[in-house]
Design a protein around this ligand. Structure first.
Ligand SMILES: Nc1ncnc2c1ncn2[C@@H]1O[C@H](COP(=O)(O)OP(=O)(O)OP(=O)(O)O)[C@@H](O)[C@H]1O
Ligand SMILES: [Mg+2]
Length: 253
């Protein structure tokens, strides 16, 4: 049994089906990557899985429990949490106050919650910002704050919606090593990302959406060569770059 199981998920907005009969599983301890063109339904899928939307049809189970249509805070309490693509910190509150919102879900005790919030802030490289207003930070730091706030709920599994987009290359590398570190500590991760250099090397498997439909699922290497995925999303440029790097590798051998 997978930790997260999505079965025949369909989500309609009026006549538009943003997710159409999507099924996949994420195994415990895995990093799974969810990719696809803009508007292909990735965020909608996160919204269904995390309890923001009740799907039109289909089933979602987490750790063996059916969570279809369950409220977001209840799902978070079960150990499944997410970050938002459009970051929305409580701007007037300090960084630690923002993270405490997450920590209180698990630790009603004030001192214990603060300890946990501080641990997550450190983990996300936000120490120097701890007591400063969240609204004054750069987008890169706000993204880290999203992750810190989600981690403070002590999840078993985290959904990251473009946690790397819009960051500088140094920040991308830091976020990637943070994600790899979470996996080493036993976390299960499902991440949406457009930056292939960030998602492909660290994912155990990749799921591809196009027009709301799952068009492929497999190992990153196989997905990078999949003709349908290249046509729908990765594009010729990416496949050429891949072919060139493989040719180089071949020449070096
Ligand atoms: N609340 C909503 N009401 C109506 N339509 C919506 C809603 N949310 C999403 N959609 C539509 O559903 C489709 C999928 O959108 P979604 O945000 O899930 O895509 P995405 O894959 O996350 O895209 P991106 O890579 O740009 O973030 C789009 O056509 C979008 O306009
Ligand atoms: Mg999105």
């Amino acid at each position: 049994m997978s930790l997260l199981e999505v079965n025949g998920l369909t989500m309609k907005f009026g006549s538009l089906a943003a997710n159409k009969d999507v099924s996949f599983g994420v195994e415990e301890g895995q990093i799974a990557g969810l990719i696809g063109p803009n508007g292909s339904g990735k965020t909608t899928l996160f919204n269904c899985v995390s309890g923001v939307y009740k799907p039109t049809s289909g089933r979602i189970s987490f750790a063996g429990t059916d969570v279809t249509g369950t409220a977001m805070f209840k799902i978070a309490r079960m150990g499944l949490t997410r970050t938002f693509q459009v970051v929305r910190p409580l701007n007037e509150m300090t960084v630690i106050e923002n993270v405490l919102v997450g920590a209180y879900l698990r630790h009603p005790d004030k001192a214990r919650a603060r300890e946990e919030a501080e641990r997550c802030i450190k983990l996300c490289y936000l120490d120097e910002w701890k007591d400063r207003p969240a609204g004054a930070m750069t987008i890169g730091n706000k993204k880290r704050l999203e992750v810190a706030r989600a981690l403070a709920t002590s999840p078993k599994m985290i959904l990251l919606d473009e946690a790397v987009a819009g960051l500088t290359s140094t920040e991308v590398n830091e976020m990637v090593s943070l994600i790899v570190g979470l996996k080493k500590d036993g976390m299960t991760i499902l991440m949406v990302e457009h930056i292939m250099e960030a998602i492909m090397p660290i994912s155990d498997k990749i799921i591809v959406l196009s027009g709301g439909v799952k068009i492929a699922e497999g190992l990153p290497g196989d997905i990078s060569r999949d003709k349908e995925v290249i046509a729908a999303y990765l594009g010729e440029k990416f496949s050429k770059r891949l072919a060139e790097s493989e040719k180089l590798k071949g020449e070096r051998r």
